[in-house]
Design a protein around this ligand. Structure first.
Ligand SMILES: NC(=O)c1ccc[n+]([C@@H]2O[C@H](COP(=O)([O-])OP(=O)(O)OC[C@H]3O[C@@H](n4cnc5c(N)ncnc54)[C@H](OP(=O)(O)O)[C@@H]3O)[C@@H](O)[C@H]2O)c1
Length: 288
């Protein structure tokens, strides 16, 4: 296939690009060279490259930034997706929209299935739901892939922050009342590569298996990297002043992709793989 990948310089995009390039011809676009909010540019790019699939991993992902400027969040995550979906419609391409667990309100008592009602509680979630709406209403051959709590060997993400703070301060406080699915981009990228071969369009939840609180995630990062001696204090999220309010309990359940045989490994195994790949594991005798 010929794939136009928007957001190829982001955490997920950097992993997807070389993986997809093994089987497909891939053209990546990202800021600053290309802006998905520029409709004319997106239509022109698609007309020139003639993709079979447009995969949108580009987004404004700074959730607090989205809360401070909801209009910009909507322009990028909603209307940027509209532009790419219109471009897909114009050239007859399939479409894959990467979305988020933050389309849910977090009041559930068990993980959200693909058919759960979307009720975002913050600007990021509302803008991402707008993106889903455009994909679903402008196209028929689309995938919506919701995921959560992404981390990669490089980029800004929770594991890097936790391990940096552990090394700087030797003690941390992490919230216990925010629950999701820590998801390693390597596993998500492999699942997406399988999904696009099925042409089984629809809504999918692709996350590493199992759920954890931020506190549990941090504890495993410390333990499995040889930093178990770092003091970790459980706190409640209302101890923090943040622009955005995350959904409290918003893990996703993978039902639809599992029915196609696409499953991601348990999140604990993925953390171990990340620690090794990113070189975070301490040897016995390393100074704390
Ligand atoms: N990160 C998570 O925990 C998480 C959780 C659930 C779902 N998701 C979704 O998963 C997808 C990938 O996330 P990620 O972690 O890889 O995000 P990321 O690292 O922030 O990558 C997103 C990329 O999109 C680019 N971008 C932003 N605005 C753009 C625009 N107007 N035109 C073109 N490119 C633009 C960004 O460029 P700049 O860096 O220059 O802004 C960045 O390179 C996104 O759709 C996100 O909403 C992420």
């Amino acid at each position: 296939m010929r794939i136009l990948l928007a957001g190829h310089l982001g955490q997920l995009g950097r992993t997807l690009m070389p993986l997809l390039a093994r089987d497909h011809t891939v053209e990546g676009i990202d800021l600053p060279a290309h802006d998905i909010t520029d409709r004319a540019e997106m239509l022109e790019l698609a007309a020139r490259f003639r993709p079979d699939l447009i995969l949108n991993s580009a987004a404004m992902t700074n959730v607090d930034g989205c809360a401070r400027d909801p209009g910009l969040a909507y322009r990028v995550n909603g209307m940027g997706t509209q532009n790419l979906a219109l471009a897909a419609a114009r050239v007859g391409a399939e479409f894959l929209q990467v979305s988020t667990n933050e389309v849910f309100d977090g009041t559930a008592t068990e993980p959200y299935h693909e058919w759960g009602a979307c009720r975002p509680i913050n600007a990021y979630g509302r803008s991402k739901l707008a993106g889903e709406w455009y994909a679903q209403h402008l196209l028929t051959r689309f995938y919506v892939v919701r995921t959560a709590w992404l981390y990669a060997g490089e980029g800004r993400n929770f594991p890097h922050r936790i391990l940096e703070l552990a090394d700087e301060h030797g003690a941390l406080s992490v919230v216990t009342d925010e629950v999701g699915n820590p998801t390693y981009v390597v596993d998500l990228a492999e699942a997406i590569a399988k999904l696009i071969k099925t042409h089984a369009y629809g809504i999918y939840h692709l996350v590493n298996d199992g759920a954890a609180s931020r506190y549990e995630f941090a504890q495993l990062l410390l333990d499995s990297s040889g930093r178990g001696a770092v003091s970790l204090t459980p706190i409640a999220s209302n101890a923090f002043q943040r622009a955005s309010t995350p959904p409290a309990y918003a893990p996703l359940a993978n039902t639809a992709a599992a029915a196609l045989g696409i499953r991601l490994r348990p999140w604990q195994d993925a953390v171990a793989a990340f620690i090794d790949a990113a070189g975070y594991r301490r040897r016995d005798g390393d100074a704390l």
